[in-house]
Design a protein around this ligand. Sequence first.
Ligand SMILES: Nc1ncnc2c1ncn2[C@@H]1O[C@H](COP(=O)(O)OP(=O)(O)OP(=O)(O)O)[C@@H](O)[C@H]1O
Length: 336
Amino acid sequence: MDGSPAPDVMIRLRGLSKTYADGTVAVQELDLDVARGELICLVGPSGCGKSTTLKMVNRLIEPTSGTIEIDGRDATRDDPVELRRRIGYVIQQVGLFPHQTIGANVATVPSLLGWDRRRTRKRAEELLHLVGLDPASYADRYPHQLSGGQQQRVGVARALAADPPVLLMDEPFGAVDPVVRGRLQDEFRALQQRLGKTVVLVTHDIDEAVRLGDRVAVLAEGGRLAQYDTPARVLGQPADDFVAEFVGAGRGLRRLAVTPINRDHLEPLDGVRGSELGGTLEVTASLEEALALMMTSDRPMVGVTDGPSFVGVLSPNGVHRALRESVAAESDTRTG
Ligand SMILES: Nc1ncnc2c1ncn2[C@@H]1O[C@H](COP(=O)(O)OP(=O)(O)OP(=O)(O)O)[C@@H](O)[C@H]1O
């Protein structure tokens, strides 16, 4: 690295360290770049310094040393309150105000910024729509009248209220059950891509990290960055024994979720009976989605489409070949 930031770097951490007053070294000499519009996941075991890192970015915790640049500006020189308006923050216990309506909760930042009532109300309605909650039914309710998953959506809506370019999220889906979590993760990913936000998301769950992250930063004890790479690489080529162990025995299966269907492994439709097809998937789907469709439909093959055109048929054999190839491709690029 030559030290000069690439133009599309949104968050740039250099030599970031935090030693607490009692001598605990939570984060040590952390270098990390997050590109504009990128979603990265900080993952690692309990106590490895994930939350400390996140809170240094919006200066809820002051670093002991190191630099933080956000959109080319030195964040350690900005007024922290001003800084936090440009950075949305979502935490696990949502932190909604219990005695305020959902509408008022979502409008917290616009109200602080002194927007007039009409503009504030309109923005709150827009945001509730955005996260899939009908304002007519939810804006006047109170937090305790919502499910955990709905409260989490409100937390996301509130963080987006002032349209900040950066979102920091600390275990945002940790408190909801696994089925709701999966749905929220998928919805959030789609929303993030649509809005082009730069996101740093903390999780202890490697499955969540590989499902959501463009890149995954694996932190070890003391905030040491063990690996920072695409989900497929973290699963396929763990940088050291720590990462290999953290990623664990399920990585072969997880790889299915991050490997896309490959057109080269499709078979022609000729001779295949309609009753053999379990349904169709877009060519952008993952191998995991393809296998899931075969299993739930109890059929040996799925059709693959690219928009309006049918591009071929995928069988378990094709899944197997694609998987083997993706492992081999990574071994080839290991030294590259
Ligand atoms: N205020 C504090 N004073 C002293 N030590 C602290 C303080 N806050 C956190 N720590 C310690 O710093 C280390 C990193 O904590 P941090 O909360 O950043 O970890 P984490 O990876 O987010 O953990 P978890 O997944 O359990 O939330 C831990 O050893 C923790 O005990």
